[in-house]
Design a protein around this ligand. Sequence first.
Ligand code: HEM
Length: 411
Amino acid sequence: MASQSPNKGPNVPAHVPPECVGSFNLYKSPEMRPTPFGDPFAAVGKLHEGPSVFYSPETTRDGQGAWIVTSAEDQRTVLQDGTTFSSYRRIFSSAIGEDWPVIPLELDPPEHGKYRSMLNPLMSPKRIAALEPFVTAKAVELIEGLKARGTSAEIMTEFAFPLAVSVFLAFLGIPDDRLMEFVGWANELLHMGPAERTAAAHKILGFLDGMIAKRKTEPGEDFMTFLVQAELEGRPLNDQEIRSIAVLLFIGGLDTVATAIGLDLYYLARNPDRQQELRDNPDIMPSAVEEMLRAFPSVTPIRTATRDVELSGCPIRKGDLVSCPSMASSRDPAEFPDPETVDFNREDNRHTAFAYGPHRCLGSHLARRELIIALQEWFARIPPFRIKDGTAPITYGGFVFGVENLVLDWS
Ligand code: HEM
């Protein structure tokens, strides 16, 4: 995939030497396109046969080029240095023609650190433990529901997404009687064309604005109340700050968790022996979930260089995009012995699914618990399962790689 090209091609900036040009497109590489599932992770793992850093002329959805960083060591260098490699982007507000960052993801130091310190207590072990009974009950309800309907199901819409959205709603303090409406908004926002994205963004913001107003007069024990009452440097957050944070929690915790459930079940469906291993040793579920996060990570953090800098001999210029696919770093043989093997007992598994540095995933502990509970409850209720004959799982590329359709059969 990182084919070295002696010819630079039309979209390569003048400062990129020909020997630094390769090809990796988050949207159009064969491995990344919506496709009946091959093994995109193994394909990306092969990047380690090439250089640690190379320039790919077409990488983003709108065809922009970027430096692709494949080694875990170079990704750490980029992701730990928010001054040289900026997180400035407008992934949500650009969909509605506005210009504000989602907080804290699109902020750089020193602003980022202030918000992050304020938000860290939100994900305290105590708060996550308080959510666990809800996560368990919801997982059980969804699995029992699809089991009652038959011996096969499309698990992204019937299990993974509803679970991830429900947990978000519980986190915000919202009863989930509007669950399917939210699932629809999430789907339109993340996977549809520009018109649907814009409409969904407006609906989500309208809803969150209503919640902010409500929690100002009717406080509860939830995340929105936390934000409404929070103080930053001695002052309350304003409404724009609150919605910028709430939106990020919505988009940050949806696709990622649902995708991870989908990728794990997809792998297990193709590997009955691994299912049996988990049935025989239920205690290894936490380390199995960690290993599947390593082997099938979905997010590609992307940064913009704020100054000229050299990385592994490549001349990165101010303004260049720098992309750090976790699916590459998590299969770096320099850090993970035998990276292509999915080893449920892997030791010292410091995988990169939640990234590195100051922007490391705020929701990682919650995500882990959601995944462990989802799989534990699935295995407790569903007998050996496989991909339904005649169906082919569909995946899509992008900054969050994902699963769109996965029909499992346990007849
Ligand atoms: C398996 C599930 C998840 C994965 C793989 C994942 C992955 C990531 C990654 C790689 C980043 C860093 C992005 C960057 O540096 O540009 C990130 C940031 C973030 N994630 Fe997650 N995430 C997951 C679940 C969640 C959940 C459940 C929540 C919230 C409830 C969440 C909230 C956030 C937030 C708020 C940030 C921004 C942190 C910051 O900028 O300081 N994530 N996530």
